[in-house]
Ligand binder design. Structure first.
Ligand SMILES: Nc1ncnc2c1ncn2[C@@H]1O[C@H](COP(=O)(O)OP(=O)(O)OP(=O)(O)O)[C@@H](O)[C@H]1O
Ligand SMILES: [Mg+2]
Length: 774
């Protein structure tokens, strides 16, 4: 049985649809390899003809109805895009199930709605239940990790991945809430509370409104929850990755900077020492033209941030200092440069820029950071050049000064961000040695925008690595299961994203060329892009951009992404003017000093290296094993080849169909027969009645006729008799007159008899009286 044999008339398939993506259809004919077309009837009542150049163009087969809505995608016989999407759609739209398993992976659909499935009762319900016992849920995954931690004494990690706005951060928070609840210490240590409280702080300083998500994490986060031997949480630690620094100084339309800035502006009346103004008045906050987030009150959220900071042990002084540094970034962005000619004592006057002596923001910046204003003013407009023989100062053009100011702002923000993470980690640190840990990774998912830059490139590179880890893990598990079940298998290739990773990180790959270009004195984005075109074109995952010579396309595992190369070098170098940093390092403020304490080593480090470390694929994992026959019996399971379950399902449903037809036939016959007999009986009855009526009518008619005949005859006879009697009567009349006197005589005689009898009777009575008297 090959899959081709399943393409028979009536087979249900998926065909592409311009709006619905996939549309259900049914074959109107058997597939014939020698015929280049295939007619189908679509589910909306239409018909279509599919053009088939080869077997590859055959439409995807639909899973039997019995499998649709399965809570594990691996149970589907056909596991292709339309099958997965349809199954998820059915579960989500018909049952409001947002979670579905795909083997050990949990697929979650963002409901954008508060569902009542995350309360403490639900946590208790999932506690102690094996994965698969109950409906798919993030708590089930967390429970699985916790159980394995306990039973197998092995560290665990929960990796949350997905595109921006998919619900990664929310899912990670629910997973952590689960661990905090089930792993809560008997003694109130507050660690669980602190772990949960770290979220609002990190969201305030690392999340922002984007066009995709009002609360988008602009950094990656790995939280390690540490457990003791009793498997109670004793501490935690957090690592962050790839903070999107460029957002601090620039936001595209309808996007915002980090929430903390807006929170501080909203709470400016409580913090007069920051000299903040309405958010619209800050250059670093108003470029996106979208200052508010629907349903979010920044002043209220600020209160939550402060509460969380208190819980995590940030002192009041530390908090104020922190806020001052955040505010200083905003003031830095508002410093106005004026173009001008800079006079020089021993050299020619040069074109440059300067900051007005009265610039209010310049003054506030220096007050807030407690640094020397003149020094800062100088190094914001001038840079020091060191040659072999001498050191000289060069005024910066307006553009250079703006770039260096923005670089400083990003740098200050990033340093403060790192310091906050450091303090949170210290607060979460445990005195007791950790026995095991559960890690929760929430890095931002694959991203593609209209214009993609260095940030998207780094994110997508990280996601390539993550995807590879995922592939390896899943194939390794699958492979281990085959070994456990002792089934025979042969090697097949599987899709691996190593070629794309090679393109990015190999020698003379994208990153290597970028680092080399950064080291060149005259390196530029344009010449780097040129080099990419010549050196990387051999990679199938690389191509030139569609428009202009400044873009290139990488074919990632998730999608093709076109990157705009402008700015890559600048962002990769990520350099800040050392003199500016030195001014800040000389601050009289303890926190500001601390932020830049280790700065000198960092500045000395050559070009930033972006490298995502993940273990290399093991050779055996490049391949997996496939059964050479339709099914194989393992020790405890039967393994089917793809499509076999659907084939068996087809046989079963064909058989069932025939049985149904037979039953339908019998029932229909019975019903028809019953109806027929009833009609027959009714017809007979009607016939009988009609016939009776007709007969009666006939009888009546005939009777009338007979009576008529009878009466005619009788009349005739009577007339005849009458005539005879009349003749007789005439003679009788004569006798009657004779007898009349005789009759009267008889009557008078009769009267006399009656009188005599009466007298006779009276006499007898007298006689008897006489007798008595005697
Ligand atoms: N399980 C859920 N229940 C209810 N709402 C959810 C759920 N998951 C996500 N959401 C909603 O979607 C929004 C975006 O989710 P979230 O911030 O977790 O996305 P993300 O994947 O972390 O995106 P990004 O990569 O941009 O950080 C949330 O603010 C919330 O409103
Ligand atoms: Mg997020």
């Amino acid at each position: 049985m090959t899959t081709l044999e399943l393409y028979t008339k009536g087979a249900r398939v998926w065909i592409p649809h311009p709006d619905q993506v996939w549309q259900g259809a049914e074959l109107l004919e058997n597939y014939n390899p020698s015929k280049p077309t295939l007619a189908v009837a679509t589910d909306d009542g239409g018909t279509a003809t599919l053009q088939l150049k080869s077997e590859k163009d055959l439409p995807f087969l639909r899973n039997p109805a019995i499998l649709v809505g399965e809570n594990d995608l691996t149970a589907l016989s056909y596991l292709h895009e339309p099958a997965v999407l349809h199954n998820l759609q059915v579960r989500f739209c018909e049952n409001r199930d947002i979670y579905t398993y795909c083997g050990i992976v949990l697929v979650a659909i963002n409901p954008y709605d508060e569902l009542p499935i995350y309360d403490i009762d639900t946590i208790q319900t999932y506690r102690g239940q094996a994965l698969g016992n109950l409906d798919p849920h993030i708590f089930a995954v967390a429970e699985e990790a916790y159980t394995q931690l306990e039973r197998e004494q092995r560290d665990q990690s929960v990796i949350v991945s997905g595109e921006s706005g998919a619900g990664k951060t929310v899912s990670a928070k629910y997973a952590m809430r689960y661990f905090a609840t089930v792993g809560g210490s008997v003694v109130e240590t507050q660690v669980e509370k602190k772990v949960l409280a770290s979220s609002p702080i990190m969201e305030a300083i690392g999340n922002a409104k984007t066009t995709r998500n009002d609360n988008s994490s602009r950094f990656g986060k790995f939280i390690e929850l540490q457990f003791n031997k009793q498997f109670h949480i004793v501490g935690a630690s957090m690592r962050t990755y790839l903070l999107e620094k460029s957002r601090v100084v620039f936001q595209t339309t309808e996007e915002r900077n980090y929430h903390i800035f807006y929170q501080l502006c909203a709470a400016r009346k409580k913090l007069p020492q920051l000299f903040l103004d309405h958010q619209d008045h800050f250059h670093y906050l108003n470029q996106g033209g979208s200052p508010d987030v629907n349903g979010v009150d920044d002043a209220e959220t600020f209160e939550e941030t402060v509460n969380a900071l208190n819980l995590l042990g940030f002192s009041e002084k530390e908090q104020i200092d922190m806020f001052k540094v955040f505010a200083s970034v905003l003031h830095l962005g508002n410093i106005r440069y004026l173009e001008g000619i800079i006079e020089s004592e021993n050299e020619q006057d040069q074109e440059g820029c300067l900051i007005e002596p009265e610039d209010k923001h310049m003054k506030i910046l220096c007050d807030l950071l407690e640094i020397d204003q003149d020094d800062m003013r100088q190094w914001l407009c001038t840079r020091k050049l060191v040659s072999m023989r001498e050191v000289f100062l060069k005024p910066m053009t307006l553009e250079e000064a703006t770039i260096s100011r923005d670089a400083l702002a990003k740098h200050i923000y990033a340093e403060l961000f790192n310091w906050i993470v450091l303090v949170i980690n210290r607060s979460l640190e445990s005195d007791t040695p950790r026995h095991r840990f559960i890690g929760v990774l929430d890095i931002y998912g694959f991203e593609t925008f209209e214009t993609n830059s260095f940030e998207q490139f780094c994110i997508n590179y990280a996601n390539e690595k993550l995807q590879q880890q995922f592939n390896l893990h899943v194939f390794k598990l699958e492979q281990e299961e085959y070994i456990r079940e002792g089934i025979g298998w042969k090697m097949i290739e599987f899709y691996d994203n190593q070629p794309c990773i090679d393109l990015i990180e190999t020698k003379l790959g994208i990153l290597d060329l970028l680092d080399e270009e950064c080291k060149m004195p005259r390196g530029s984005d344009a010449s780097w892009t040129e080099k990419l075109y010549t050196k990387c074109s051999k990679y199938p995952h690389f191509s030139k951009g569609r428009f202009g010579a400044s873009s290139f396309v990488v074919n990632h595992f998730a999608d093709k992404v076109q990157y705009e190369s402008t700015g890559f070098l600048e962002k990769n170098r990520d350099t800040v003017i050392e003199e500016q940093i030195n001014v800040i390092k000389a601050s009289r403020n303890g926190l500001v000093k601390r932020l830049f304490a280790s700065e000198s080593q960092k500045l000395a480090a050559p070009g930033v290296k972006v490298k995502v470390v993940a273990s290399k694929p093991v050779s055996v994992a490049h391949k997996t094993h496939k059964k050479s026959v339709c099914s194989q019996f393992g020790k405890t399971k039967i393994f089917f080849r793809a499509g076999q379950v659907a084939y068996l399902e087809k046989l079963r449903s064909d058989k069932l169909r025939l049985c149904c037809i037979m039953m339908q036939k019998t029932v229909r016959m019975f019903v028809a027969r019953k109806k027929y007999l009833k009609i027959k009986r009714s017809a007979l009855l009607i016939q009988t009645h009609v016939r009776g009526w007709l007969a009666r009518k006939e009888v009546k008619k005939r009777r009338r006729q007979i009576v008529l005949c009878q009466s005619a005859i009788r009349r005739y006879l009577a007339r005849k008799q009458y005539k005879r009697l009349r003749i007789e009567a005439r003679s009788i009349e004569h006798v009657k007159t004779l007898n009349k006197g005789l009759e009267n005589k008889i009557i008078s005689l009769q009267q006399r008899i009656d009188e005599v009898n009466k007298t006779n009777h009276e006499l007898r009575n007298y006689q008897s009286e006489v007798q008595e008297l005697k």
